[in-house]
Ligand binder design. Structure first.
Ligand SMILES: C[S@@+](CC[C@H](N)C(=O)[O-])C[C@H]1O[C@@H](n2cnc3c(N)ncnc32)[C@H](O)[C@@H]1O
Length: 202
């Protein structure tokens, strides 16, 4: 099996890293990545935060491929990847300070997005952060013609996928105990949403 490769990861990693450097502090010790895909993001980001334990996860069929990257690069703070299908599984039983997920909301069905937000609200403690990267619609409108085209392509492949409304995601996060801290404008009509868990109330 050849290492899986994502060209998009190579393009977006630098601007994401710039934001991560502002968001992730030295007090934060564990990061959970959801939908790690090829594993390229973990390989690029984890060495920049050597004090942070990076926990990559994804659905079962992607673990073998990302492991090829991890075996080659041997980055000490990347943990062994584990299965996490947000509609079926719980997080590893650890306290996570940061959750990062890139380009997953438009792939997951809306039901899965809601499961993910519920899981985040259930498992993260006060002041934990969530970083969600990807394209979103605002006020019901696409932010560019290319995003509209992308949405059509996604729906042709899988009618239940598609670019989500920022408002739906934001309401879902608020409902599960988070507040929006930043909404960064990113290259190629993407956004990076940063949330903070409010006082744990359940
Ligand atoms: C477009 S890829 C993004 C991968 C990587 N984060 C990136 O930015 O290149 C979407 C990812 O979401 C994952 N995914 C889809 N449904 C999921 C689910 N129910 N639970 C967890 N991950 C899921 C896919 O397996 C895939 O790795």
């Amino acid at each position: 099996m050849e290492k899986p490769y994502s060209a998009a990861c190579e393009r977006n990693r630098e601007p994401i890293l710039e934001i991560m450097k502002d968001v992730i502090t030295r007090d934060e010790k564990r990061l959970l990545e959801i939908g790690s895909g090829t594993g390229q993001h973990a390989v690029y980001f984890a060495p920049q935060f050597p004090w942070l334990e990076w926990y990559p996860t994804d659905v079962a069929e992607n673990l073998k491929g990302m492991k090829l990257w991890f075996d080659e690069f041997k980055i000490p703070n990347i943990k062994a990847p584990v299965r996490l299908d947000v509609s079926k599984d719980d997080f590893p039983k650890l306290k996570f300070d940061v959750v990062f997920t890139a380009n997953t909301f438009h792939i997951m069905h809306w039901k899965e997005c809601k499961s993910l937000m519920k899981l985040l609200g259930h498992r993260l403690r006060e002041n934990s952060k969530v970083m969600i990267y990807g394209p979103f619609k605002y006020g019901g409108a696409f932010t560019s013609p290319s995003n509209e085209e992308f949405d059509q392509q996604l729906k042709t492949r899988d009618p239940s996928s598609g670019i989500r409304s920022f408002e739906d995601v934001n309401n879902g996060m608020i409902k599960n105990g988070f507040e929006l801290v930043f909404d960064y404008d990113m290259p190629a009509n993407n956004r990076l949403l940063v949330y903070k868990r409010l006082k744990f109330s359940k």
